[in-house]
Design a protein around this ligand. Structure first.
Ligand code: G6P
Length: 475
């Protein structure tokens, strides 16, 4: 089984949103997000294919071309959405890989669905990949695909990138299927991580749960005389955004005008604070609201001179922990506004929906203080977006040390979001920072983010992967 594409991306989601018109016509729009922006030029140049799920249940969609990419939809039944996606991916792996902030659940039926769906993705990749193609598999939903694909197609080069943290071995060890997951990942030639700490955790897990030898970042597989050796490299490639594009957008007159409008709609506060997240318990939204609420209660910040805008886009709404979180956040927002708001003026402006990129750019441009207070985060691209949008060198970034972005963005004000008092003083420091210091910090942050954009990320990963010697089809 082999196809015609020299480059194949395999990700849980397709890079487009598919809509069905009333007359049954199918249309699509490119979904927002850095991954597709980074990969689209490479896909175009190499005639690439993208294997992924459309987001709909029980729907078989024939492969089609969109945006110069060949899209190969993988169907999921309603039951598989509950067991593979909401279950094993988002109620087992997601909390386990994010420091067990929520309790991971271990269910054998969920694991079986994960196996089954990973097999389906591996088969779809095998069908689309040309001989000696490069296949790039993404994220925690598909950790078994590298090994499954290697069995089907020993000729292809396989890369895997983990977008979320890789947990310490003491937590990873809870997973009843830990060895299978490690073996799944080791089917790749290159396994990429966001932070050096993630790669180190993975290498420790390999040493703990397999008998393969490791030397530095290289793992040697199959050291038996009947099988040739194979090497797997584990390395760090911090992901980024299309910084130049956002920089340009944020400088436009329309965005500047909208930023000013937002401030005036909010009553021209002295200090406008901003949070932008998927509504996820890893993002530290409750901790942030608590710190802000205490500052208001203690009159260190007053309403309406200070206001917090919190954009929380809906996410994984069928998963229990997300339902609970939504309820808790909404109760906190209600309490705070009930206590400290007045007619026409709130302490927190909470929005449970997402916005187009222009509006986000305007919000970034309008905010004096950006609060990124994740309890654990693979990278956090909002931190990078804020910086890319601030060509005026205004604004201060408060950044959790538990977000991958902290490794690269040391000029931000780093916080431990569990330390509410500490976070309160950092917020006050950000709110009252001397503009000269703010500009100096922002300039350094922007240099990093503009130089290390998402194209740089994709190219560095692919150049390491493509340096792997080509194999024959018969190994
Ligand atoms: C994180 C994950 C992605 C995922 C995204 C949105 O960024 O790393 O793999 O696609 O969240 O989550 P969803 O469950 O809606 O795909």
């Amino acid at each position: 089984m082999s196809g015609t594409h020299d480059f194949v991306v395999v990700a849980n989601r397709l890079p487009v949103d598919i809509q069905n018109d009333v007359d049954g016509e199918r249309t699509w729009t490119r979904s927002p997000g850095g991954l597709v922006t980074a990969l689209a030029p490479i896909m175009r140049a190499k005639g690439g294919a993208w294997v992924g799920w459309s987001g709909a249940a029980d729907t078989t969609i024939e492969p089609f071309e969109a945006d110069d990419m060949w899209l190969a939809p993988v169907p999921l039944s309603a039951k598989e959405i509950a067991t593979y996606y909401e279950g094993f991916s988002n109620a087992t792996l997601w909390p386990l890989y994010h420091d067990v902030i929520a309790d991971p659940e271990y269910h054998r039926v969920w694991w079986n669905a994960y196996l089954e769906v990973n097999r389906r993705f591996a088969e779809a990749a095998a069908v689309n990949a040309a001989e000696h193609a490069t296949v790039w598999v993404h994220d925690y939903q598909l950790q078994l695909v590298p090994q499954m694909l290697r069995r089907l197609r020993p000729d292809v080069r396989i890369g895997f990138f983990n977008h979320i943290p890789f947990p310490p071995v003491e937590l990873f060890g809870q997973l009843p299927w830990r060895r299978q997951v490690i073996e799944g990942l080791l089917g790749a030639d290159l396994v990429g991580f966001q932070r050096t700490g993630d790669a180190a955790n993975f290498l420790r897990a390999v040493r703990r749960f397999t008998s393969y030898g490791t030397r530095g970042q290289v793992i040697t597989i199959g050291k038996h005389w009947t099988r040739p050796e194979r090497h797997v490299r584990a390395a760090t490639f911090p992901i980024s955004i299309d910084s130049a594009q956002l920089d340009e957008l944020a400088r436009t007159e329309a965005v500047e005008k909208r930023a000013a409008e937002i401030r005036s709609e909010l009553g021209d506060p002295d200090v406008l604070l901003l949070g932008v997240d998927r509504l996820d318990y890893t993002k530290g939204i409750r901790h942030r609201i608590k710190a802000f609420g205490e500052l208001v209660a203690e009159k260190k910040l007053t309403v309406p001179a200070a206001a917090l805008v919190q954009v929380a886009s809906p996410s994984r709404e069928q998963v229990d922990e997300y339902k609970t979180l939504r309820h808790e956040v909404e109760v906190m927002v209600g309490n705070l506004n009930g206590e400290h708001g007045s007619l026409g003026r709130a302490a927190i402006y909470y929005m449970h929906h997402s916005y187009p990129q222009e509006e986000m750019a305007a919000l970034y441009r309008a905010a004096d203080v950006m609060l990124v207070t994740a309890l654990r985060d693979g990278m956090n691209l909002v931190a990078k977006e804020y910086v890319a949008a601030r060509s005026d060198l205004g604004g201060v970034l408060v950044l959790s040390e538990f977000a991958g972005a902290a490794d690269e963005m040391s000029q931000a004000l780093l916080v431990n979001p569990h330390d509410i008092e500490g976070m309160k003083s950092v917020i006050m420091r950000a709110a009252t920072m001397d503009p000269r210091e703010g500009r100096r910090r922002m300039r350094a942050l922007r240099k990093r983010v503009l130089e290390h954009d998402v194209a740089h990320w994709a190219n560095s990963f692919l150049s390491v992967l493509e340096a792997v010697p080509q194999r024959t089809s018969h190994v």
